[in-house]
Design a protein around this ligand. Sequence first.
Ligand code: BEZ
Length: 258
Amino acid sequence: MDTIKSTNDSWNAKLYDNKHSFVSKYGSNLVELLAPKQGEKVLDLGCGTGDLANTFYAYGVEIIGVDKSENMVEQAIRKYPHIKFRVQNATELDYHKEFDAVFSNAALHWVQQPIQALHGIYQCLKKSGRFVAEFGGKGNVQTITDEIIDQIKVAGFDFKKEQFPWFYPSIAEYSTLMEDVGFRVTFAQHYDRPTKLDGDDGLKNWIAMFGNQLFNGIPEKAKNEIVANVESNLKETLYKDGNWIADYKRIRVIGVKE
Ligand code: BEZ
């Protein structure tokens, strides 16, 4: 069963695993930041195709992975049948004081209602439980997204603010939200993480994997032309020695439930 369902799930799990495995590779030192102990119960929120959930499993952790994409969860189950995965939205968590930790890598920038997600995360945790997350922060991939939006407009299409699918907070904004739901924020960092996108088609693949929503309502032919213009305009800034380098800016936070 290797097909991708044609639901309204826009996530392509194969493209994710084949061309964007850096997502979980970068996440492995976030696992170390969480410092899981054998026997702990951990929720992996936005688990994608399950690679980091499997890292937790290797630590002897009781891990549950959740992701809002059915395609991703199906692929995770195929790869790691020994782990429990569920399709679940970050804003609809229904666990109550069950977990020693909630972990989230490269997912929370997709959540446009952060307070709702943070309430659910807080509810999931036992007392003293920790929340460890990394995701896109203020200014993330802005060189790329600014150029895409400019080129959409140059091509004569409208771009509405609501089409921008990501939430990229500063650490001041996100720490405040965490405190509002009750966390003590013990760590917060906002840093540049230039990210290599594989090969000549790296930028095009990245846009196909993550940026589709920006092109809602734009016919395929026009979309391809816009992407070609974006590549040509960004080549001088982001293409170095045979690879595209995306201007990722990440935030990392740790919160403790007191
Ligand atoms: C990120 O991990 O920062 C990211 C990935 C895809 C789209 C936007 C941001």
